[in-house]
Write a protein that binds this ligand. Sequence first.
Ligand SMILES: [Cu+2]
Length: 484
Amino acid sequence: MQGKASPICLRLVSLLCAALPIAFAATGCNSGGSSETFENPSEVNGGNNLSMDLVISEQKNKVGDLEFTSMVFNGDYAAPVIRINAGGQMNIRFQNLAPQQPSNVHTHGMNVSPQGNSDNVFVQVEPENCFSYQINVPETQDYGLNWYHSHMMGLAETQVFNGLSGGLIVNGIEKALPFLAGLTERILILKDVQVDSDGTVTTPDYSKPTLRTINGIVQPTISIGSGETQFFRVGNLGANLFYRFAIDGHELVELVRDGNTRTRPIRQGSILLPPGARSEFLVTGGSAGSYTIRTLAVNTGPDGDPTPEEILGTLEVSGGGTPVQVPDTLVAHEDLRSLALTGTRRIVFSENNDKGLFYINNQLYSPSRDDVTVALGSVEQWNLVNNSEEIHTFHIHQTDFQVISENGVPKDFIGYQDTVDVDPGETVSIIIPFNKPNQVGRFVFHCHILEHEDGGMMQNIVVFDPANPGAVDDNRMVQGKPCS
Ligand SMILES: [Cu+2]
């Protein structure tokens, strides 16, 4: 834990915040009323063969009026968006130039191998060391917004809260959804930050204000024509917080969830994004004027971190445009309920909130213990049970899944996802297909509220090929090396 301001100091700060919202943004107040213009993040487009350096360094950032020092990727708090083709290869020269902490990188949402120097979360790269990732993206990878972030065990919350997360787009969405061709693309990377009196990023404490950002910009203004349709690609790439994303007076037509094309468009007034979730949707500009982009209040339960409604930015409608006609059906995907189940598991989330301990099936995470072993080719139903007083967000690596019911009430099939909320007292049932050769290896599933992941709410899973059971390496000892 880092030093915390005294309660009296905090009360003083909140009074000052109320009186002088802009001048005291550096204390963590909302700066309010910024009129910075929206920009997509910088990007690296690898096409079929990405070759890039991904460098962690500690540096000074200026976000709105807030200045702070944190660990970032490639000198950029928002971090560059990486683009890769389905079927492409990602060669990432990872350098950890952060002075104190080991780190690594995980490609969330990618159906890639967890072994060796692929998407192996057990990799540990010490300060001043390097590691060469080589990740082969399958041709079958769906088009959409995924992301990359530190998955350093025990430090994921700290490192992502510093800013170590960025977008990862699989190119080609207009091949699946041709009506997107030519539309303006808005990539929105959502992060929040809290800063200590010494100018470094604090341990998150949501009883205090947190500064919400889009692409490292505070309350940017996005322009759109009246009647013009734009394609929004929004990722919650922060450590712990939920967003309920909304634009006043505008319907959001969701086409892609967690990097997976939907079977049909889902029209919503707001979209709930748990930590790690992505949503890609169409927005068509209404009458000329200014409309607030906001997150609505989210109540994550009695033991959770409820967050108030907050302004994220402004949609400025002026000029004209032609709306896109969206078809009633999008992309055909296999309803996994048509497959024969090979097994069922019960995954129970519980916690000791006062002690900051978080459990799956009554166990804290241990990297040396394999909790679940599955034969390649299996199709399993997992019943996710929440025995605590706050929401948990289930996420599994290397594969997507299908939500089939909530508390026994069947859900329509609208596509796959890689994160799902489980409310207090709720049971959510999902089907996970373990039928892609890329899944062979040892990887993890966990709660994507990173405070909970680091606090123990994670387990190891091993997928083995019955035809070649010896092909699962022990991938837990892979280390970086001094940079050459
Ligand atoms: Cu959780």
